[in-house]
Design a protein around this ligand. Structure first.
Ligand code: AHR
Length: 496
């Protein structure tokens, strides 16, 4: 068994871990919104204003801090006025991006903003720059946030909402280099400057404007974008990166039926997130050394071949213990780069890609990925601590990855949170944590592991993969020790 040391300096706070790093994404795609989140007021499935109560409860348990909507690619085809007013009078459209199904617009601005209020989370609106007008975007902001006697505020009142909602996060377009208009960075940057100008701060509402950043390793996009938008009310730029096991979009690999090689390829592909954040941050440091502009990873997660027998445009996939490890690695990376990464949004919340939740009729299942968010939510709003971990290489044929992923933070009461993932398939690790300036008096841990890396939760066996208490932690002065099993994730709270 490997013997590894993790050194933590409790007096060295490096950066603040914004709660929004634990954010989510809900698109009008497949069964994410309809049937997944929203079933309508008349449904037999218990709901609040049409939103499933089981989903509300699950979201609340992991303290969802921010929810991005309505897309994705859908955002740049979405015309918000189609989704307000009397249900029977709302326009229908075809969701051309996702399965060519009819979108009846029954989930619109009121339904989304009210849901965020129920959840106590920040809404993050992805506004249409690809096919919408400047006026349309400008009026949407007015509709949602203006308290005065204006046409859009009065329209909102007519539709039953007297007071404006609070809206902070607004994305000006989505993937403008791709589905959002296939633009060049220079062209997009000019449009960003124009569109954002008319997104006004009404009354006390202050917008946090997000410019469309790069696709994965498109460093040239970041460079050109920042050069042009850095002085134009840009609070953050986005980054999209998905884990594709095979690296081949035409054959991405199966969500459940994968072998050892594909497992290690998946972890390797996930670890690329660190390199992407660091290299984009280097460019950002050049244009914005004071770190005024944040980096928002507003789409991340595993993207596999769509589940056989389901609509290919719905992007439905199962979620296994492998996804749990991927989620843990990404969240640890975001924590450790929280000096620049201010928000991240898993794609997507329900029934699409690396979901938190799967639904089938009235049934609901929490995925292994959900449990990671549950175990890691105690990092929200903490400070990242300086920590240094021994590691070891795991090699499979020509693939080599570091076995351990970690991050350490301190909360407002001085408790220290350690999250670790052991990605090795066959090697457990004896862990020794040594603290500087901290002596833990109590330890409470949770562990997520499963017999097989392919194990999933399904509607027949919803609790096959679920966290257990991790009580094998020994405390001695400033030292903490325990055994970390192969293919496991732990979250440990150490109290003074
Ligand atoms: O999350 C699915 C899709 O992936 C989003 O609609 C788009 O932004 C990205 O390409």
């Amino acid at each position: 068994m490997k013997n590894l040391k993790l050194k933590v300096n409790a007096s060295k706070r490096l950066s603040h871990i914004n709660r929004e790093i634990y954010g989510h994404f809900s698109e009008h795609l497949g069964r994410c919104i309809y049937n997944g989140i929203f079933v309508g007021k008349d449904s037999a499935i218990p709901n609040t204003n049409g939103v499933r109560n089981d989903v509300i409860e699950a979201f609340k348990k992991i303290s969802v801090p921010v929810l991005r909507w309505p897309g994705g690619c859908f955002a740049d085809e979405y015309h918000w006025k189609d989704g307000i007013g009397e249900l029977s009078e709302r326009k229908k459209m075809v969701n051309t991006h996702w399965g060519a199904v009819t979108e009846d617009n029954s989930f619109g601005t009121h339904e989304f903003m009210d849901l965020c209020e129920i959840l106590g989370c920040e809404p993050y609106i992805a506004a249409n720059l690809g096919s919408g007008t400047v006026q349309e975007m400008s009026e949407w902001v007015e509709y949602m946030t203006c308290a005065d006697d204006t046409p859009m505020a009065n329209l909102r009142r007519k539709n039953g909402r007297e007071h404006p909602w609070k809206l902070k996060y607004i994305g000006i377009g989505n993937e403008s280099w791709g589905c959002g208009g296939n633009m060049r960075p220079e062209y997009y940057a000019d449009l960003y400057r124009q569109y954002q100008t008319y997104c006004r701060n009404y009354n006390s509402n202050q917008l946090y404007k997000v410019a469309c950043g790069p696709n994965a390793d498109d460093y040239s996009w970041t460079e050109k974008l920042l050069d042009s938008v850095k002085h134009w009310h840009t609070s953050a730029i986005s980054l999209h990166y998905y884990t594709i096991p095979t690296g081949d979009w035409s054959h991405k690999g199966d969500a459940v039926d994968f072998d050892e090689k594909e497992y290690y390829q998946t972890i390797l592909s996930t670890l690329k997130m660190k390199e992407l954040i660091e290299r984009h941050s280097e460019i950002m440091d050049k244009y914005d050394p004071e770190k005024r502009i944040g980096l928002i990873v507003d789409e991340w997660g595993c993207w596999y071949d769509v589940e056989k027998g389901t609509n290919p445009g719905f992007l439905y996939q199962q979620n296994s213990m492998r996804d749990a490890l991927v989620a843990a690695i990404n969240l640890n990376i975001f924590n450790e780069h929280s000096d620049r990464v201010v928000m991240a949004n898993l794609a997507q919340a329900v029934n699409v890609l690396q979901s938190l939740i799967l639904t089938e009729g009235e049934k609901m299942v929490l995925t292994p990925t959900y449990h990671i968010f549950d175990m890691f939510s105690c990092h929200q709003d903490n400070d990242l601590l300086e920590s240094d971990c021994d590691n070891f290489e795991v090699a499979y044929k020509d693939i080599s990855i570091p076995g351990i992923s970690k991050s350490v933070s301190v909360d407002e009461n001085g408790d220290i949170i350690v999250t670790l993932a052991n990605c090795a398939m066959n090697e457990s690790v004896q862990f020794n944590i040594e603290f500087e300036c901290f002596e833990p008096k109590a330890a409470h841990g949770r562990i997520l592991q499963s017999e097989r890396i392919n194990d999933c939760n399904d509607f027949e066996t919803p609790d096959r993969v679920k966290p257990e208490t991790f009580d094998k932690i020994k405390l001695k002065g400033t030292a903490v020790s325990f055994e970390l099993p192969a293919l496991s994730v732990v979250s440990i709270r150490l109290s003074k």
